[in-house]
Ligand binder design. Sequence first.
Ligand SMILES: [Zn+2]
Length: 319
Amino acid sequence: METIESCELCGAAATPLLATFDRFGDLSLRPYRIGRCAGCGFTFLMDRPAAVELLASHQQEEYDPFLSLKRERGLYGTVYELMRDRNLRWKHRLIRRRLRPGRLLDIGCGTGEFVLFMRERGWDAAGMEPSAPARAFLQRRGAPVFADIPEQGAYDLVTMWHSLEHIPDLGRAAAKAAGLVAESGLLVIAVPNIDSADFRAYGPCWVALDAPRHLHHFRVSDLDRLFAPHGLARVGQRSLPFDVLYNALESEKLKARADGAGSLAALARAAVRGAGLLAAETLRPASAASICHIFMRRRAAAGLGENGQGGGGESAKPH
Ligand SMILES: [Zn+2]
């Protein structure tokens, strides 16, 4: 275990904010401190496992993103897969409004459902995934997949769906991802929002703290500061529609386990609280459970603004 004392964004010292657990382990142990930078307010995991343990922590039997590797899924797995399908369609609509099919790299693609979905819709899509079993699963389905972020390339679309928060060297990952975006391409990043109503509601039991897998906890401004030095500007942001309900359900289950309470009551509470949180994020998108951030090269974004084709707003590249 390594202790990260200083902020990866500004270098100032961090102070511990709260202690949390690995949700796949003993919840009474809280070995992981979440810290907040005294200089800029960036929030991150202070107690970080070594690289090998970090990779192993993702290969839990119960870890949802790798569900496709399991043979028996049960009712929960079936519901998760249904939601994942709705999610894929939502992501495709988001992209389709902004870009024609072209070259796509999905960084942290897991078992590659998004890569395959986009390939079926005319995209020349590849994935990047550090987990060898997940990579093999996608390769067997005929899609190209890298073990690390490639050093070179030009992609019309680079996506990171809930993966940036998992990558240890944040500065290097951001530089490499930004470098792969073609001149008028897009970088689309979805991450949990530490500024969310559900983090405030659940604290150490917020499922998206997900220690030790989640290393960084972003606000909107943190991502702007991370990508601005690489010439990227924000051209849009959206709330991820299903994450607030998933977070409410999983966080209530964790809270019930931590308190030694029954899981049926947790389900009922999740329904009530999830509805409340969903209403809150509809009224105030900045408090959403997860935010999908859309970046583009500053020059290209400025060009859109000048010729009046939607710069600065929700649309990015005209068809
Ligand atoms: Zn800082």
